[in-house]
Write a protein that binds this ligand. Structure first.
Ligand code: ADP
Ligand code: ZN
Ligand code: ZN
Length: 768
């Protein structure tokens, strides 16, 4: 028999499976094999993807088959193959995410002895467990019988150490009555009330060091104890709209669903109840969140509902731990995994739901380096292995919303009609009028009023500005020269903290120039606003207010995020100034006021999604106000108040925004009306020439296949890190997309295999 295997050591540009001969009878599909590969025929681990085919020359044989069970299920193989077609990737690129490194080479299949008898003694001697690969060839046939009779059991295990962070818990000794210091008493009372806690939890709850707790331990007021058993939280009684959505999704024949409802309308509750129903039937579900930072919150909620059933795939865990979770999810039915985009590949015995929370997030889009769209992968999976995909959002992406009705079923969550307060009002301030009135400050009169009122009421405010640093750029007043990075075609940002100019693309810095490097003039001026400037403005005008700043610069250290979150929660700060980071998951009950300092920032980027991004961002940010019992308010400052993404965000008119945006997309031919295929050419060599060649190549495909693809002239993009960059964009109509991709793939693979120029990098971007 011929088997065709995937080897992750193979070069991605050589897009092929490798064939070997195999003289056994067993079905090897999905199983690991050891094969001779590369120079010197090194032994490499490979996985069998298919069998059969012809060989025109004698093949090398499979050297060994270490396990009995497959690593890749049939549906995982089908997914890998489908991804390779859909995203124009190679076997290596499409199977790597399905079979992470910490699994492929770093797990062994173990045979555990369950019964001591002659057969098991022959198989494994006195050992209680051995690797299947170590069972001698001559006695292997016995293994089948032993398995059938359940004398032995097989399981994969990680060979990497699973570092378990041992957490000790401490419980209170009842009725301890000797005198304690104030701090000791606080710790003792806390544990008495809450039950056993870990050291970290005690520190967190009290803010003390470990010392009072250790003294109590010494005195015998505390003692080491078992961790408290997680108590299962009971689900709330569902509202009518939630119930309707759940039943419709369960009953539906459609694979894809959109749960459309504002934050707080109970989407997560719907996910959990659907997951519960899936679990009752032994099905596992995947919960995908936009970034791993948001996973912890989700894990807490899910674990309270499904104790012991939730796993998280997290890059910060050790390889061994990750492998363990991977294996548990692959084998145990009825579990839930939470993770960022790559969790969409988690293999499970049978798939229930894939939930994609905050569906509109960019992190789910096709990314040049990773080369897949999370939503498409999820839908491909449900097509291959059953199960359903549920998207959730308050502001769904235009592309997804356009698919509702035809391909996706839409379910609307309205929230509790009795309890829902009227949403906080959003006010738009025209900064041009503010200037005419003589206010040249960065904050408008309305914004200042809002802040004053909030501080007077001892509530909190969040100010949002989507740029870190002090100003936007520095320019010469005489000749107009703008200070740029030496390695990139990007203007540098002045940071007051360092007193230097920073490049936000490559991280380089240089001193703030005293004179213009072009004309020598001393009249240099800063333009635009960044977080540092807003922070210092507030400090100057509201000296009594406690101000926190949150952006990439302040969040670089580990643990900072939690610390800041807690300071806000405990009302140890009055005003929080920050970037986009603030828009997600930041709910504080004391925040009454939200200000957007410059709504225009995301409006003029050269991307067809600029309006959509602005609408989503403003909606999200404004939603941070009035999360508690009271109503809050939001003020948006802009120079373009008539812009529709701003005005519809103010009016909370998602549908109207959507229809208007679709008109624009149709007029200017953008997704979802067409697919965008972009070829990026970067490097230090003949970038421009290569880009023009690609334009010609795409044109040739167009003519040859009689297609109607629109191919634009190459466009020069800003140079980054001394690499020039051109992109060639093709707009492809949906009915021609498949054909176009098929031919493009052949051309690309051929190009990769025959690259002559070393310092040119060609990559592909697919959108729509
Ligand atoms: P979303 O995911 O849409 O932001 P959540 O599911 O997080 O909304 O719900 C917001 C809050 O309302 C949570 O505290 C949740 O426990 C609560 N909640 C959701 N559904 C119900 C319900 N049917 N009855 C009572 N409380 C509910
Ligand atoms: Zn100058
Ligand atoms: Zn730079």
């Amino acid at each position: 028999m011929i088997v065709n295997v995937y080897i992750d050591k193979a070069l991605p540009q050589i897009d092929q499976l490798y064939s070997y001969s195999w003289d056994g009878e067993e079905d090897l599909i999905g199983r690991r094999v050891i094969v001779p590969f590369g120079r010197g025929d090194r032994r490499e681990v490979a996985v069998v993807i298919s069998s059969g085919g012809d060989a025109d020359k004698p093949l090398k044989p499979v050297l060994d088959v270490p396990d009995l069970h497959p690593m890749l299920s049939r549906s995982a193989i089908a997914l890998g193959l489908a991804m390779r077609e859909m995203f124009l990737t190679s076997y290596v690129q499409s199977f790597q995410p399905l079979l992470p490194k910490y699994v492929l080479g770093d797990v062994v299949e173990i045979c555990e002895k369950c019964v001591d008898n002659d057969a098991t003694k022959t198989l494994m001697g006195e050992e209680s467990e051995i690797a299947v690969a170590e069972i001698k060839k001559e006695v292997r046939p016995l293994l089948a019988t032993a398995l059938e009779e359940q004398w032995v059991r097989l399981a994969f295990q990680s060979t990497k150490p699973v570092k378990r962070r041992k957490k000790e818990y401490y419980g209170a000794v009842d009725g301890y009555d000797r005198s304690l210091t104030e701090k000791q008493q606080t710790v003792y009372d806390l544990i008495l009330k809450k039950g056993p806690l870990s050291k970290a939890a005690i520190r967190e709850e009290t803010g003390f060091s470990d010392s009072p707790m250790e003294t109590l331990l010494g005195k015998g007021a505390l003692r080491p104890s078992q961790p408290p058993l997680p108590r299962r939280e009971e689900p709330p009684v569902l509202r009518v709209d939630q119930k309707k959505a759940i039943e419709a999704i369960e009953r539906s024949d459609r694979r894809g669903h959109l749960l459309f409802g504002d934050t707080g309308t109970g989407k997560t509750e719907v996910y959990m109840q659907l997951a519960q129903r899936a679990m009752d039937r032994g099905l596992s579900s995947l919960m995908i969140v936009p970034e791993i930072g948001l996973a912890a919150q989700m894990v807490d909620r899910l674990s309270a509902r499904f104790p012991g059933k939730v796993d998280i795939l997290h890059s910060q865990r050790s390889e061994g731990e990750k492998a363990e979770a991977w294996l548990r999810l692959k084998n145990e039915p009825g579990r839930i995994v939470v993770g960022a985009r790559s969790a969409v590949f988690t293999q499970v015995p049978s798939l229930g739901y894939i939930f994609i929370d905050e569906e509109q997030e960019e992190s789910y889009d096709y990314q040049e380096g990773l080369r897949y769209d999370v939503r498409k992968v999820a839908e491909m999976r449900s097509k291959i292995e059953g199960g359903k995909v549920v998207y959730g959002s308050a502001t769904p992406s235009v592309k997804t919303y356009a698919r509702t009705g035809r391909e996706l079923e839409r379910h609307r969550l309205t929230g509790d009609p009795d309890k829902t307060k009227r949403p906080s009002p959003i006010e738009v301030v025209d900064m041009r009028e503010e200037l005419l009135r003589g206010n040249t400050e960065i904050l408008s009169a309305r914004m200042v009023e809002g802040l004053e009122e909030t501080l007077r009421n001892q509530k909190q405010a969040i100010l949002f500005i989507n740029r870190r640093g002090f100003s936007h750029f520095v320019s010469c007043r005489r000749c107009g020269h703008v200070i740029e990075c030496d390695a990139c075609d990007i203007s540098m940002v002045y940071h007051r903290k360092t007193g230097r100019m920073h490049c936000h693309y490559c991280g380089r810095t240089k001193p703030y120039p005293r004179t213009c490097p072009v004309c020598g003039s001393e009249y240099l001026k800063q333009f635009g606003i960044g977080t540092e400037q807003v922070e210092s403005w507030i400090a100057r005008h509201f000296p009594e207010a406690r101000v926190l700043r949150m952006d990439k610069d302040t969040m670089s250290q580990k643990g900072k995020y939690e610390k800041l979150y807690r300071s806000m929660q405990n009302h140890e700060a009055d005003v929080l100034v920050g970037t986009q980071m603030l828009a997600k998951g930041f709910d504080f009950k004391d925040v009454d006021f939200v200000g957007v300092v410059a709504a225009d920032l995301s409006l003029f980027v050269s991307d067809y999604r600029a309006q959509e991004r602005t609408f989503q961002l403003l909606t999200q940010v404004a939603g941070r106000a009035g999360r508690g019992e009271r109503r809050g308010r939001a003020v948006i400052q802009t120079y373009n108040p008539e812009n529709y993404s701003i005005s519809y965000a103010r009016d909370r008119e998602y549908e109207r925004f959507y229809h208007r945006e679709m008109e624009e997309r149709r007029r200017f031919l953008y997704p979802p009306y067409i697919h965008l295929v972009k070829i990026h050419v970067r490097g230090t060599g003949k970038v421009e020439e290569t880009a023009y060649n690609w334009q010609k190549t795409l044109g040739a495909i167009n003519r040859h296949e009689h297609l109607d693809v629109q191919i634009a002239e190459p466009v020069e993009q800003p140079k980054i890190k001394n690499k020039r960059h051109y992109s060639v964009t093709a707009k492809v109509f949906p009915e021609e997309y498949r054909t176009f991709l098929k031919v493009l793939k052949r051309v690309l693979m051929n190009y990769y295999q025959n690259i002559t120029e070393k310092n040119i990098y060609v990559t592909l971007e697919l959108d729509g």
